[in-house]
Design a protein. Structure first.
Lengths: 297, 255
């Protein structure tokens, strides 16, 4: 049994780690979406966190928590600076501006010497343990769940539903948008820091356009009306390519097909409490009816 | 309490408001009437800070509002409802009202994260107060329903309760009975008198003459961006300029 586990862990630990990291990333974009912001900067914030933490671990003797702290603080500062001008935009305009920012980050990282240029950073010490991910993902979930139940969560929700009405209820709309943006950057940055410390190597291509879209896809696939959706979405989309290995070259096509089907038939994601509740109610009703008819007969 | 002095508003070359001045006295119900497109909603948007006047001065209890942010104007004690209802449709009625209490929930991040007693107490108080406000407009029995499921008249009443949750001193109502049937109108009229008696000052824009004449102590008439008359309901009813604005001028050939 133990042998079997060792073998399994050796092969699949990276996949299991990725589930946790992707869950954090999906939650980071959930946060901005919950405030009505379509921001696609999270891959870039993940990259900033990853590079900051890796450089600390490779060039100094500082402990891992310090590296992770830098992975949280640096993206937050960057988010603060770029958030103030860009968060005036809404909808697709914000999406375009944040994608542009992501591209800027990628090109800067590609051309700087201290980030290793196109080669990226190699030989990052393997410091991430499974329980680091569990702990930080748990802390993220807990903090977001608490926020949802407070006036901050309600303010986010109000802004998403009607910005003008929220403003006239006394909600400082631009400040709350900035808060969602910065907190999202912190979560993405920490995820980046954790990720870099088990992949051994990172490069500028890891945090580009495709990754930004992947993060959005995981959140939307799972559903963004609550915290469970992004976690389920990231888990399914991380495991799906592994489970479909037998399809070989058609793997990515099948992956895309599943995505299209979900978006078409479950527009609110696979975890949609309202739909799930309605389904069980309908079923209970049918059963009830059936038993009544049975009795009558 | 609310004082507009020589307010003008231009959108490009379009003069929507010209030299508009009036005072709303504390504890009164003030009505602003006028034909469609006269600029009535623009006045409410100016008072709440959603638009800025091109010229002139808006004072609330002596404080200049023309450079204050909308959310801070709410904090000063002005709340409004909208002509085209803007409730939070995917929230419950209770949550809608609790959003209005945003400024009055004074707990910190530690309170939220650690679920401290101060946080729990403040949230419980807010819910209690929200239920009370919902009972004022007789919607408390639907508190847990989604706001989207309410009828038109009920949505207006919910907006009302939500505006009251910000603890305003002055309540701005933008066409409160638009699209309501006579029974709903009568009910809302009673509601508004009720609210006034609790010490709120009310400023309303309305088309329904019977409604305005019965409720308001003072009425101003806006036509093509200018105030053409101001006075008691009886004075307004007999003012020739107002009659002309509403009914048109009698053709002299017929006289």
């Amino acid at each position: 049994m133990l042998e079997w586990w060792d073998g399994f862990w050796a092969i699949y630990s990276t996949v299991i780690f990725s589930i946790g990291i992707n869950a954090m990333l999906a939650l980071s974009i959930y946060l901005t979406l919950s405030c009505g912001l379509l921001s696609l900067a999270n891959a870039a914030f993940m990259g900033i966190g990853a590079y900051a933490a890796s450089m600390i671990s490779m060039q100094t003797a500082l402990p891992f928590p310090v590296a992770l702290l830098a992975a949280a603080v640096l993206p937050a500062l960057v988010a603060l600076v770029i958030g103030i001008p860009t968060l005036r935009l809404s909808g697709v305009y914000l999406a375009m501006a944040t994608l542009g920012f992501g591209e800027v980050v990628r090109v800067v990282v590609l051309n700087l010497d201290i980030t290793g240029g196109p080669m990226g950073l190699n030989g990052i010490p393997l410091k991430t343990e499974w329980w680091h991910i569990v702990l930080l993902l748990g802390a993220t979930l807990y903090a977001l769940a608490r926020l949802r139940r407070s006036k901050i969560g309600r303010a986010f929700e109000a802004i998403k539903q009607d910005e003008t009405a929220a403003r006239l209820m006394g909600v400082n709309v631009s400040a709350y948008k900035l808060l969602a943006f910065v907190l999202g950057a912190v979560i993405a940055g920490v995820a980046g820091g954790l990720n870099a410390h088990y992949t051994f190597t990172i490069g500028p291509g890891n945090y580009a356009f495709e990754n930004a879209v992947d993060i959005l896809t995981m959140a939307v696939f799972g559903g963004t009306s609550n915290l469970i959706g992004p976690v389920i979405g990231s888990t399914v989309l991380t495991l799906l390519p592994e489970l479909m290995r037998y399809l070989k070259d058609f793997r990515l096509a099948a992956n895309g097909l599943i995505l299209i089907l979900v978006v078409l038939y479950l527009p609110k994601g696979i975890w949609d409490p309202v739909r799930i509740r309605a389904f069980w109610q309908r079923r209970a009703l049918k059963k009830n009816m059936a038993s009544k008819i049975g009795k009558a007969g | 309490m609310l004082q507009l002095t020589a307010i003008s508003k231009n959108f490009g070359g379009l003069h929507v408001l010209q030299d508009v001045s009036f005072n709303v006295a504390q504890g009164s119900i003030f009505g602003l009437i006028g034909p469609n497109g006269a600029g009535k909603t623009t006045i409410i948007n100016l008072i709440t800070g959603l638009l800025r006047p091109s010229n002139g001065d808006i004072r609330f209890n002596g404080q200049d509002l023309t450079s204050v942010q909308p959310h801070q104007i709410t904090k000063l004690g002005i709340a409004r409802t909208f002509q085209n209802i803007r409730i939070f449709k995917e929230m419950s009625l209770l949550e809608n009202v609790v959003v209005g209490m945003h400024d009055h929930l004074n707990y910190g991040v530690a309170g939220i994260l650690l679920n401290l007693g101060s946080f729990k107490a403040a949230e419980a108080r807010a819910r209690e107060r929200a239920m009370e406000l919902l009972s004022w407009v007789r919607l408390d029995h639907k508190a847990q329903m989604l706001a989207d499921n309410l009828s038109y008249g009920e949505q207006r009443k919910l907006e009302f309760a939500r505006a009251l949750a910000t603890e305003p001193k002055l309540l701005l109502l933008d066409e409160p009975v638009a699209g309501m049937n006579p029974a709903e109108k009568t009910e809302l009229m009673a509601e508004i008198v009720n609210i006034k008696q609790r010490g709120f000052t009310i400023f309303m824009i309305e088309h329904d003459m019977r409604f305005v004449m019965e409720l308001c102590e003072k009425i101003a008439v806006l036509n093509f961006g200018k105030i053409i008359a101001e006075g008691s309901p009886a004075e307004i009813r007999s003012n020739p300029d107002v009659i002309e604005a509403y009914l048109g001028k009698e053709d002299e050939a017929w006289a």
